[in-house]
Design a protein around this ligand. Sequence first.
Ligand code: GLN
Ligand code: ZN
Length: 757
Amino acid sequence: MTTLHLLGFPRIGAKRELKTLLESYWKQEINNEKLLNASRELRQRHWLLQKGAGIEQVPVGDFSLYDHVLDAQLLVGAIPSRFGFSAATLTTQQYFELARGNDQQAALEMTKWFDTNYHYLVPEWHTNTRFQAQTAQLLAQVHEAQALGLQAKPVLLGPLSLLWLGKTKDQAFDKLALLPTLLHTYQQILTTLKASQVEWVQIDEPILALDLPSDWLEALASSYQQLQTGSPKLLLATYFDSVAEHADLLKTLPVAGLHLDLVRAPQQLAVFLDHWPQDKVLSAGIIDGRNIWRTDLAKVLDKLQPLADKLQQRLWLAPSCSLLHSPFDLATETQLDADIKSWLAFAVQRLNELKTLRCGLQYGAAAIADELAGSNHAQQQRRASHLIHQPSVQQRLAALATDADRRHSPYPVRAAAQQAWLKLPLLPTTTIGSFPQTSEIRRARAAFKRGELKPEQYQQQMEQEIKLAIQRQEALDLDVLVHGEAERNDMVEYFGEQLSGFVFTTNGWVQSYGSRCVKPPILFGDVTRPQAMTVQWARYAQSLTTRPVKGMLTGPVTILQWSFVRNDLAHSEVCRQIALALNDEVRDLEAAGIRVIQIDEPAIREGLPLKRAGHSSYLQWAGQAFRLSSSGVADSTQIHTHMCYSEFGDILPAIAALDADVITIETSRSNMELLQDFAKFAYPNAIGPGVYDIHSPRVPQVAEVQHLLEKALQVIPQERLWVNPDCGLKTRNWPEVEAALTVMVSVSKTLRAQLTA
Ligand code: GLN
Ligand code: ZN
């Protein structure tokens, strides 16, 4: 019989129980014992759900109080020595200090887990990093699962991936130098697990989906040679992209099984089936662990049947990757449109899909006739639904002129036309869009959503906030003002709610990091903009001042990137639809007299495919979509964009190709390292490198801001340099904002005076 398994399960819980627990613990409302007991119960509940679906190999160690990469560091006893903690006796309190920092030490750095929106804690590697197996916690969880009568399949982050994902500290060195001692520790861990009656261990090497240098591939081969001795059976798990280029290596690797992501990379299956070794399990990641569309059971069954015939017992079935990236349970979504709901599957529904597929393989399609009928019906109904397909959208896109994504004139001509009316001083000052989201603002929005505040009342209150924001910006003497985004709780949700083609869940939370979750909108259908989305706020703001007010939109790539996107249309096409809808808004803003418009694209970098081979086509369509959203306006209308918190250095040509008149970009945390890249590449348009970090309540000093701007002036011509913070200010309070912006404006004025003297 085919074995069912999961690479991991959402740890946050159906009702975000883990979030509540963590936050209560941090506020000292519950003690350590309560936290540990309650999280044990949560784990057990999740295992029993899996058991109910006939999953016999349950993942153990996928649960984490904060982050599984941090747990992997602890398992090998490698916590940064700067904290002064002992890995062997680490307390829960200390564990959270590693994750969140303490009075003396900054937290471990956090960064995105491959191309997901999950953030992991980055290991810190020193030439003298030492490892030591710390298996007590993992073993305790193994025993918990075994006590429930389940086969525990521990999940380990593989040694190569663990090393790769870390950063070298103090000095740059070859991380592979740490591998021999690390492997020794992994061997100890594996031997210990074997002694605890563990039959299978899942060992994740997600870096296999990247373009790996040859020395890492060689190291992989020799590592697994070494790890297999005295170990339980190893299931090597890969996900997020194809590993076909390593097929020969992976087929000969001395592991007992291999997991492939056949949702992201279905084409790799053929390569692996060809001469698949007789002694290895193939785990087919056949249902989507990253998106929320219900599986087309008939189609998948057809695909699986020949596999099952060929591999028999050696075929395992699983979601494509850990269900960590999937919301918990669709059943709790009582507000969703019934049709749309019938097209979806969350983690709990994935368990049933697995169970059904196995039943179909074992007893034939007739045994799952009802499920197949249900699945077929949903697929057909979805394909034909008028909710999804709006022929007018496709017609509009098809009819677009070939230069619809081009501004009328090149940048220098536009810049002159803009300056003719803007008459901005040198080093003009602006902000990124949002101002503090005070508790009054949040209360008003919540009351409005609940229907307790009438639309007129809500509008009045928001206008009051806009007025305050404008007054404060005038008092600060900023040059280009913003309305402050009081009406937005989230930069994607705000637009998704007003565009057609999106729905929102009540509980579709996915862990972002620690206790933080996000609830991505579901982009299910063709996108249109039934009516203007931001014009009334921008127009009101502009009516209050003679200074230019900058309209504020979220860009097409960012909206796409931060949603669960339909799987029946290429992302490039979906993105074009969003771009067209945004372009309608841009034109309406312009017509309403808003002639500076910012289109934020903070997520453009994170959509980059994992493999370099995919980069240029992605950047091509992403850039086209941005330009489509921002074109068609007069030369004198100034288009801004904004980006933050990603490595932009390697995609600067693509950023330049967006052809925004001004880009504001986060740089202060890297001490303006990015500017070197801008200098080397000779970025052609105007740039506002962020002059202070908005994540800290700390008010920047005059000297710091001045130093950064002087550095910027060395590489950016003064006529093209803007002055602004790193990002939006919504997480700060007004006193901090006013103090920081006062410094920023005064430095700009000082330098301006020097430059014109
Ligand atoms: N305009 C947005 C703001 O200021 C930009 C946010 C972002 O870059 N993530 O909040
Ligand atoms: Zn930003």
